[in-house]
Design a protein around this ligand. Sequence first.
Ligand SMILES: C[S@@+](CC[C@H](N)C(=O)[O-])C[C@H]1O[C@@H](n2cnc3c(N)ncnc32)[C@H](O)[C@@H]1O
Ligand code: SF4
Ligand code: SF4
Length: 374
Amino acid sequence: MNYSKLYNFCLESYAKLPYLLGGGKAFRPMTLFVELTYRCNFRCNMCQFLSLLDDPRLDEKKGQELTTEEINGVVDEVSRFGLISFTGGEPLLRKDIVELAQHASKRHKAYLVTNGVLLKKDIADEFVRLGCRNVLASGMASVGISLEAIGKRHDDIVKAPGSFEKILSNVRYMVEQKKKSGKKFPLVWLKCVITNHNVGMLDDMYRLAEEIGVDMFNPITYYNIPSTNRLEMDETVKSGTAVNPIENFDTAELRNQLAKLRQRAKNSAVQLRITPPGLPTDDILAVYENRLDLSNKVCYTPWSSVAISAYGDLFPCSNYTVGNIRQEPFLKLWNNEKMQDFRNRLKKERIFKSCAACCSMVFEGAPSAYPPKG
Ligand SMILES: C[S@@+](CC[C@H](N)C(=O)[O-])C[C@H]1O[C@@H](n2cnc3c(N)ncnc32)[C@H](O)[C@@H]1O
Ligand code: SF4
Ligand code: SF4
């Protein structure tokens, strides 16, 4: 079964009724992205948070990250059997990560994305123990591990010598424990962001995913967002701002690799999920050629999902905050005036220029015809 397709279908259906009839309001969120921290032990060259990770102002915010109780409180407000997605920075740097996963797993499906280097045996054991009993049950649904390339190339991208071997051994351990437990969940995904540094080895990485025996291989289209700054939340809906151009990308190699991936997926036990899901190959290439056609793209995400920063800001979309949970209750923020205004503007425009390649973008309608580059 293709679980991510099923999940996207449910999410979109949940969002569409209030999208069409809600006048800016929405049902309780079904997905909550929790950015647990902006501390990280890596410095990946493509990371959307790269400038933030080294911002000296982060020191001033020390001690201001949401507490375990604050996070659990917000998690409790999400629709029953919703998805709680723990991310960061590096979520495994939080000492309470197991406690947070345990709490989220009681009423919801939990997902965690990590660079994997701190995925020690005791944590992996607990994640497997928390695994959902079936597709409908609450529990740990997935663990995504970012592996950006193979061998030294990976270590160079993330700026952490020796990390590839450590991550590989951590992933192998988790896959083995899951097999022993006889459980289907949590699904273990290998993820990577497609850049010039790994585009030539995507198919080799898929083969590695097959050899390890993970559930999913997930290459992600690079999102060259203008700024991802969680320190100064601005309130500009970024409809006028386009994403930063991508320079000198080998699109011919990307076309070749995407064809190989799609071919391999036909007979593979490892599911292929390319992010944004459902985007045709020509559109993915167009992102890297800085000419994505947005006329057949739409976003329903703020009607079903929301993210919370490590300091409690609630944002339906990068850099657009509607308030802070330390000042106003979570569910009030979710349907406050700013949020409704944001949804109404998005509905009117369908999609913003700044959305090109965002993982929430949905492709709808006839495929775009891109004239040959020349
Ligand atoms: C910001 S990271 C945080 C979690 C963890 N540190 C990790 O790397 O997996 C969350 C996800 O964003 C992806 N990511 C980082 N920079 C990106 C970019 N510029 N475009 C698209 N995805 C990106 C990472 O690969 C990862 O899957
Ligand atoms: S590990 Fe994750 S948060 Fe850290 S630099 Fe890499 S992508 Fe960014
Ligand atoms: S597609 Fe656009 S509006 Fe939707 S979440 Fe992404 S950046 Fe925000």
